[in-house]
Design a protein around this ligand. Structure first.
Ligand code: T46
Length: 143
């Protein structure tokens, strides 16, 4: 298959602009031709996660995402089938760029954590790889 095989070094934390004002701060994110590199087609957010619960546990075939801890903190484990690393998100002006073909698990949610996700495509269950064995097969298939 003729697809880019991303690895964990492509999972980058970027600093988003922050407008400081005496009455509070504001961060804005726009789509293509800026720092996130894709048009935003969907926004969703995850909240009220019990402290003992994890999210994720899958990879995407095509989807690009930017993950932001708009409130509280959590850890994102990213895994390319050979190496993994854990990134802590804890500031609303930091975003983790997650390319396709990367297994992710989100853990250690603080109380009140809100995970904001900007995505490059509408929801499509067919884009998910939801078992780790299938994820490894998928990585092999796109080499
Ligand atoms: C990801 C991590 C960070 C929808 O109907 N539309 C949507 O846009 C999404 C994201 C989910 N759903 C439904 C599908 C499931 O029935 O919501 C339910 C929970 O989804 P899921 O178990 O995939 O949630 P997470 O938190 O494990 O994963 C989500 C995203 O699905 C995934 O793309 O990268 O957040």
């Amino acid at each position: 298959m003729n697809k880019k095989l991303y690895n964990i070094n492509d999972c980058k934390v970027i600093e988003l602009g922050k407008y400081y004002r005496p009455n509070g701060n504001l961060t804005a994110v726009e789509g293509a031709n800026n720092q996130i590199g894709f048009d935003i087609k969907r926004v969703y957010y995850i909240y009220d996660v019990p402290a003992t619960s994890d999210r994720g546990g899958h990879a995407h075939k095509e989807l690009m995402q930017l993950i932001v801890a708009v409130s509280g903190s959590f850890d994102v484990l990213v895994d390319d089938g050979k190496k993994f690393k854990t990134i802590t998100l804890n500031r609303p002006n930091l975003g983790l760029l997650l390319p396709p073909g990367i297994w992710r698990e989100i853990k250690n949610f603080s109380s009140g954590a809100v995970t904001l996700v900007l995505a490059s495509a509408p929801y499509d269950e067919g884009d998910y790889v939801r078992s780790y064995a299938k994820f490894m097969d998928y990585r092999e298939s796109i080499k």
